[in-house]
Design a binder for this molecule. Structure first.
Ligand SMILES: Cc1cc2nc3c(=O)[nH]c(=O)nc-3n(C[C@H](O)[C@H](O)[C@H](O)COP(=O)(O)OP(=O)(O)OC[C@H]3O[C@@H](n4cnc5c(N)ncnc54)[C@H](O)[C@@H]3O)c2cc1C
Length: 409
């Protein structure tokens, strides 16, 4: 029978985490993914330190640790080849506990999550693409779609969680995506093989015509993501050649990668940030990238996906207890998400603006380079375990601005 308590669309971090939390609370869950696992995903592949605690609650941290994954000690950042700094993650507030971030190929991370989902008794249907929702009396009550053999399917549930990522089916069906402002970005990524072991830092190099995130992912492998304006691809015939040339044009990256070689054809994904209008239908919740996407510079999408899954599961649990899946009952999730993430998202937006203003970016990075304590706070906030108020406070921003004004750009 194709009837469950909950349908989850998508088996990425957001969908897998939601399915796990709800299965843990005793609900019957079916998870549908158009892909077959293991499947890859263009990503910087480093996971905020704060995600460890959620992965522990999901019961998946032990299987990740069993693989002895790379753990990054902090961040190395450079600005337009002029200035930069390296900073370790500060300890968790109130402790001396050192913090690190996992750097793990998505091919491995997402596979471990989906395996855990299957172990927990969730029905997982791979090769199942959801194409539409079943809506009755203004409420979503199920989904329909096609499997790999083009056989139509239908599933029904009290609530549908759309964790289908940046191109999720709800965004189109309910016209939820807000028009993006700013220029179109594209992300190009590939794993490289290196003989020279890289230091365990996530290296962010801001430069023309875009920025890179470089991190070792283990066994002599390095993940290199380049994000540029789509305009810079004009006249380029070979994407792979453009990617390698642009990455190696920057002397700092050249020095870091040494004689490393690209081990696969470059993969690309449009990387434009977007936000999403509130869902106006009962019975439907959006988690992870489906609920909005921020420029990956501050690289916390996986943490936000896991945490939004945790909040959504809690709200859905309450909806079951009250037998109310109306739009208003589910809107509690959106309010909690906003309350928890809004300051952090504001900070991410400030960074995104900053990195495209070379002189201001150089100045701010130079100031942070001279203030290791402040730099560590910023990195802890980006790592999602120091409250964003520490940085998005008028005092902090005022001090930074005063410094810029005092010393000029
Ligand atoms: C260039 C780039 C670099 C990034 N770097 C980092 C980083 O270093 N660290 C970090 O934390 N985050 C990073 N992110 C963000 C991170 O990748 C995302 O936030 C994260 O993958 C979101 O997880 P998700 O589960 O919401 O979606 P996804 O991981 O995209 O999973 C969605 C799943 O839904 C399935 N699906 C989609 N539509 C349907 C459908 N109609 N029917 C059935 N199944 C469907 C897909 O097959 C997929 O498996 C980066 C993103 C980009 C673009």
């Amino acid at each position: 029978m194709n009837r469950y308590d909950v349908i989850v669309i998508g088996g990425g971090p957001a969908g897998s985490a939601t399915a796990l939390f709800l299965a843990d609370s005793g609900y019957s869950v079916v998870l549908l993914d158009q892909a077959k696992f293991p499947r890859d995903k263009v990503c910087g592949e480093f996971i905020s330190p704060a995600a460890d605690a959620i992965l522990e609650r999901l019961g998946v941290l032990a299987s990740i640790e069993a693989l002895s994954p790379v753990r990054l000690r902090g961040v190395a950042i450079s600005s337009y080849e002029k200035t930069g700094f390296v900073v370790d993650y500060p300890p968790l507030p109130g402790t001396t506990c050192p913090m690190t971030s996992l750097s793990l190929p998505r091919m491995v991370f997402d596979r471990l999550l989906i395996e855990r989902v299957k172990q927990k008794g969730v029905t997982v249907k791979e090769g199942h693409k959801v194409t539409d929702f079943i809506v009755e009396d203004g409420k979503v009550v199920g989904v329909r779609g096609l499997d790999d053999a083009k056989t139509p399917f239908e599933f029904r549930a009290r609530v549908v969680v759309d964790a289908g990522g940046r191109n999720s089916v709800s965004l189109r069906r309910f016209d939820l995506k807000k028009k993006s402002r700013g220029s179109s970005k594209i992300a190009l990524a590939a794993h490289w093989t290196t003989l020279k072991p890289l230091e365990k830092y996530c290296s962010m190099h801001i430069s023309h015509p875009g920025y890179t995130g470089i991190a070792p992912t283990g066994e002599g492998q390095v993940n290199v993501v380049l994000v540029v304006d789509k305009k810079s691809l004009q006249g380029e015939k070979d994407l792979h050649d453009f990617y390698v040339r642009t990455v190696l044009k920057n002397p700092l990256r050249r020095n870091l990668l040494g004689k490393a070689e690209v081990e696969e054809k470059v993969r690309s994904v449009d990387s434009l940030a977007f936000s999403v209008r509130p869902v106006q239908t009962g019975g439907l919740v959006l988690v992870g990238d489906a609920s909005g996407f921020i420029d990956p510079f501050t690289g916390e999408g996986i943490y936000l996906s896991l945490r939004s899954a945790e909040i959504a599961s809690d709200v859905i649990d309450t909806c079951f207890k009250r037998n109310d899946f109306s739009k208003d009952a589910l809107a509690v999730y959106e309010r909690r998400r906003k309350k928890e993430f809004s300051k952090k998202l504001l900070l991410s937006k400030i960074f995104q603006r900053l990195i495209y203003c070379p002189s201001l970016c150089n100045r701010v990075i130079q100031i942070l380079a001279g203030n290791p304590k402040q730099a560590a706070i910023v990195v802890g906030v980006i790592g999602d375990y120091i409250p964003p108020e520490k940085v998005v406070s008028l005092r902090f921003l005022g001090r930074l601005l005063a410094n810029v004004c005092r010393n000029g750009l």
